[in-house]
Design a protein around this ligand. Structure first.
Ligand code: S3P
Length: 198
């Protein structure tokens, strides 16, 4: 199914079964599905729900890196810097691609913004961009800054400016995904709830 059709199907109307069918159509052809999008767009929440529904494995890339390095993402940023974190991120992606199947992977907000990574994911799995509105992202991130080193110390003025700039910078990469799910017209929570109630 072409991406534009999927977006349309997912963002308007919708009965529960249709969402199920769409996700199954995408997922059946590829054994790894990568959820991509900005921090706070809901990749982990939705990823867990889809995996659960399909009886697939779920991997959160940040958690995978934390286990691999025996340190939290915040600690890695603080002690080794963002560049090193990006190297770990790419190593983790490669490992997952080599070893896993029937897996939903929720990536970090910056993962696909390195050109090799988005190409790697597109080549070895299915990529879905969870597109959330600017205001939704800012509101969500205001309440979940602690574990996110890039925004941890930002105040009420700095955060919205950061999101605006970063989103503009990153969207061209996110848009390289094979599918785009626009969460503007359907609340992500509603999608999750619908899938969960199937
Ligand atoms: C990052 C997003 C985080 C995490 C790291 C960097 C980013 O993941 O990978 O803090 O560059 O946007 P989430 O998108 O799950 O918050």
């Amino acid at each position: 199914m072409p991406a534009s059709k999927l977006v349309q199907t997912l963002t308007s109307h919708l009965k529960i079964g249709e969402i199920d069918t769409d996700f199954n159509n995408i997922i059946c052809n590829n054994m790894i599905v990568f959820l991509i999008g900005f921090m706070g767009c809901g990749k982990t929440t939705l990823g867990k729900r889809i995996a659960n529904k399909l009886n697939w494995q779920f991997i959160d890339l940040d958690t995978y890196i934390e286990k691999m390095q025996n340190a939290t993402v915040s600690e890695i940023f603080q002690n080794e810097g963002e560049h090193k974190f990006r190297i770990y991120e790419q190593t983790a992606l490669n490992e997952i691609i080599k070893t896993e199947n029937k897996t939903i992977v929720s990536t970090g907000g910056g993962t696909p913004c390195i050109i090799e990574n988005i190409e790697l994911m597109n080549k070895n799995g299915t990529t879905i961009y969870l597109k959330a509105s600017y205001s939704l992202l800012v509101n969500r991130l205001k309440n979940s800054k602690k574990t996110r080193p890039l925004i941890k110390s930002m105040n009420q003025v700095e955060l919205p400016i950061f999101v605006l700039k970063k989103l503009a910078e990153r969207e061209p990469f996110y848009k390289k995904a094979q599918y785009i799910v626009d969460t503007k017209s359907i609340e992500l929570g509603a999608i999750v709830k619908l899938i969960n109630e199937l």
